[in-house]
Design a protein around this ligand. Structure first.
Ligand code: FAD
Length: 446
């Protein structure tokens, strides 16, 4: 039988996974990427991946299953996650991580530093540094080692053809034949026109995802079914300021470590233990869409396990203040109001009072010295996209697969339901790797 040629567009999370999976099934793979020097959303991410029923969970004595993962998602999204995609992702995520460890040689472990809303058991996994940059580097190395994959930089997919695709390189357009095509070009967070049309709430936020997430998949296959287009992954722990050209991020772990958020008036405005994505919408509703996040030494020490947090500290974006007065002065907050807020939070954390905002998880009472940072709401990644079946084949609105076309990652519909509230940490990469695995395997076998 002739060797199959699979063309994968986009060398981010889903694309590298799909390329490796197709190669492992014996296909020859052309992996085309618009710009390898430009960080993908994967490289900018926190690098935590949700998966249920992994060997790392078993080693830690954690009982989990795809059914439990899917149930957690449906509780969080109030039953609005796209059911078919959710079943595929929940079912294949553990296999995808085992593949990444065994075939691509990635050193994965179970993340146990913090428990986040939306996962009823610990199911986030990561590479040693717990950063997307490291995950992207290790995946790139695995792709480069695989002799069946040709990685082509500076090559943009601009159209689909009956027997392949149309590619654009500086000064040239070329027709590339392929037996199957995997769209792994990311979401539409960097496409103001698509955000305005599909997700106007997200259009107000600072975009912190990959700059090439310009919605290629939606543009090249307009005849496909799309779903959950208003869904997005929000991030409330992001600096409103660029430091040395970088926007510091403090990671979603802080509230689980006891952090609180106050607005310009020195008052808390939402229960910080809700999902980070949902919290983004509350933060954006504050004056100037900004707040100050406050935590203590114990939280600071634990948060240093996260790559983006360590980078934010290196960039000098975290302030250390010996007491409430210094904290108020440093961030220009009314001192009396801030003292009142800290005192009330202390009573709630000690179990002496009920939080009027409904927070239930306080980790521990905050004790000086305090650490703080100014934060705003950001758009990390869009969550809507092409509807795919259990083999990651792109479907038409009537449910019929489009021949030879597959999608994964931000190009495809996510598992986050609608709006910002349904995104659970780790589920973006879970979808990218699970659908990437299915797409690569299916594309390789026809
Ligand atoms: C700040 C931040 C933190 C995050 N943290 C987490 C986390 O901890 N856990 C988690 O699960 N998710 C996280 N996410 C989300 C996660 O990173 C995404 O869900 C995931 O990277 C999507 O993968 P992808 O392959 O679809 O897109 P990407 O990783 O962005 O890859 C798409 C690639 O396609 C390329 N491309 C685009 N258009 C074309 C074209 N026309 N032709 C060729 N190439 C093209 C792009 O350059 C890019 O390299 C985070 C996101 C951000 C922004």
């Amino acid at each position: 039988m002739a060797e199959r040629l699979v063309l994968v567009a986009g060398a981010g999370a889903a694309g590298m996974m799909a390329a490796l999976a197709a190669a492992a099934r014996g296909a020859r793979v052309r992996l085309v990427e618009r710009d390898l020097a430009e960080p993908s959303t994967l490289a900018l991410s926190g690098g935590l991946v949700a998966a249920a029923g992994t060997r790392w969970q078993q080693q830690a004595g954690i009982a989990d299953s795809p059914a439990r993962f899917a149930e957690d998602v449906q509780i969080f999204t109030r039953g609005t996650a796209e059911r078919g995609v959710l079943a595929s992702v929940a079912g294949a995520a553990a296999r995808a991580l085992h593949f990444l460890a065994d075939v691509a040689g990635l050193p994965l472990h179970l993340h146990t530093t913090s428990n986040w809303p939306g996962h009823s058991v610990p199911r986030l996994h990561a590479t040693p540094a717990e950063s997307g940059a490291e995950l992207a580097t290790l995946l790139r190395q695995a792709v480069v080692r695989e002799r069946r994959i040709t990685l082509e930089d500076g090559t943009e997919l601009i159209g689909l053809l009956p027997d392949g695709v149309l590619l654009s390189r500086p000064g040239a357009h070329l027709h590339a034949r392929a037996d199957a095509v995997v769209l792994a070009t990311g979401g539409y967070g960097a496409a103001p026109d698509l955000l305005a049309r599909h997700a106007p709430a997200a259009a107000r936020a600072v975009h912190v995802g990959g700059r090439l997430s310009t919605g290629t998949a939606l543009r090249v296959v307009p005849e496909a079914a799309i779903a959950c287009m208003d869904a997005y992954q929000g991030q409330p722990h992001v600096s409103p300021h660029l430091v040395k050209g970088v926007r510091p991020r403090f990671g979603a772990a802080l509230p689980a470590l006891g952090a609180i958020m106050v607005n310009r008036a020195g008052r808390r405005f939402a229960r910080e233990d809700m999902g980070p994505s949902e919290l983004t919408a509350h933060l954006l509703a504050q004056p100037e869409g900004r707040a100050v996040e406050i935590w203590d030494s114990a939280a600071q020490q634990a948060a240093m396990a996260g790559g983006p947090f360590r980078r934010a500290v290196e960039l000098g974006a975290v302030a250390t203040c010996p007491d409430a007065a210094a904290l108020a002065a440093r961030f220009g907050l009314p001192e009396a109001a801030l003292r009142g807020t800290l005192a009330e939070a202390l009573r709630c954390a000690l179990g002496e009072a009920e939080d009027p905002l409904g927070r239930r998880h306080w980790a521990r009472p905050l004790a000086p010295p305090f650490f703080g940072a100014e934060i705003t709401g950001a758009l990390a990644h869009s969550q809507g996209g092409l509807v795919v079946d259990g083999a990651a084949r792109v479907l038409r609105p009537d449910g019929v697969p489009i021949p030879r076309l597959f999608a994964a990652g931000g190009a495809a519909c996510g598992i986050s339901g609608h709006g910002a509230a349904g995104y659970v940490p780790g589920n973006g990469l879970a979808q990218s790797f699970a659908l990437g695995l299915l797409a690569g395997e299916s594309a390789a076998t026809g």
